[in-house]
Design a protein around this ligand. Structure first.
Ligand SMILES: NC(=O)c1ccc[n+]([C@@H]2O[C@H](COP(=O)([O-])OP(=O)(O)OC[C@H]3O[C@@H](n4cnc5c(N)ncnc54)[C@H](OP(=O)(O)O)[C@@H]3O)[C@@H](O)[C@H]2O)c1
Length: 240
């Protein structure tokens, strides 16, 4: 049976690698994105994966967007909550807007995407909800009170919902990447990046494909006994 997956923020960075990894593993894949049409159209042309534009921060847009995806591709079995943003600032300079944007996207976005799909997964007695949290949700990070709070919130969400989904054969898991070589990390000044790499025991940034492989595993039938878990993929930088 061909299963259907949706990846939020699935046309760039880690999300693009996840979309491609799932397609290679045999899934029908839809990639959601927020606003970078050029990157999304390029991704679609290169991979053949359809792209759907809406903001995960908007609940009604998620409901409508998911209806469209299910009309085009069929019921969604696998949800990968990958979309995420940073608005870094030391706390004394952090604005309410910076706080809100990050919480709305990284935490409420996970609710907004999972909630409309939940009943369908329950009725069909199968589901996979996989959320991309972060090492900085586990350990906290200077100038990321908003981001660290949102990503720690994703882990609480995962553990709570895993308990609700278990009887319906829905697993709910999280992945905490360390520093991965994507636009988000490459946008950091080179000096700062060098100091980050110096803190990673394996001596390099991670690759987006290394996160995609974790997702493909958690999405599989074979991972059915794993729920409420967090996989840390961080090159040995932080142990929980
Ligand atoms: N890179 C890292 O080292 C790292 C480490 C730990 C965790 N993470 C997490 O991994 C995830 C992916 O990170 P990345 O580095 O691949 O990021 P990225 O390269 O900046 O890409 C982010 C993706 O999310 C989408 N997006 C942002 N806001 C959205 C919204 N409101 N609605 C729908 N889509 C939205 C973007 O869409 P557009 O293309 O339209 O802009 C883009 O496709 C994030 O959750 C991030 O927090 C990353």
């Amino acid at each position: 049976m061909t299963r259907t997956a949706i990846v939020t923020g699935g046309s760039r960075g880690i999300g693009a690698a996840i979309s491609v990894g799932l397609k290679k593993a045999g899934y029908n894949v839809a990639a959601n994105y927020a606003g970078n049409d050029e990157a999304a159209q390029k991704f679609k042309a290169e991979t053949g994966i359809p792209v759907f534009k809406w903001s995960v921060a908007d609940y009604d847009a998620c409901v409508e967007g998911l209806k469209q995806v299910e009309a085009d591709l069929g019921p969604i079995d696998v949800l990968v909550n990958n979309a995420g943003i940073t608005r870094d600032a030391p706390f004394h300079k952090m604005t309410p807007q910076q706080w809100k944007e990050v919480i709305d996207t990284n935490l409420s976005g996970v609710f907004n995407m999972t909630h409309p799909l939940w009943n369908g997964m329950r009725e069909r007695k199968f589901g996979r909800v996989i959320t991309i949290s972060s090492i900085n949700g586990q350990k906290g990070q200077f100038a990321q009170a908003n981001y660290s709070a949102s990503k720690a919130g994703d882990l609480g969400f995962t553990k709570a919902l895993a308990q609700e989904g278990a009887r319906a054969n829905i697993t709910v898991n999280a992945i905490c990447p360390g520093y991965i070589a994507t636009d988000m990390v490459m946008a950091v000044p080179e000096k700062v990046r060098e100091s980050i790499v110096a803190q990673i025991p394996v001596g390099r940034l991670g690759e987006a494909d290394e996160i995609a492989r974790c997702v493909v595993f958690l999405a599989s039938e074979e991972a059915g006994f794993i729920t409420g878990s967090t996989i840390s993929a961080n090159g040995g930088q932080f142990f929980v």
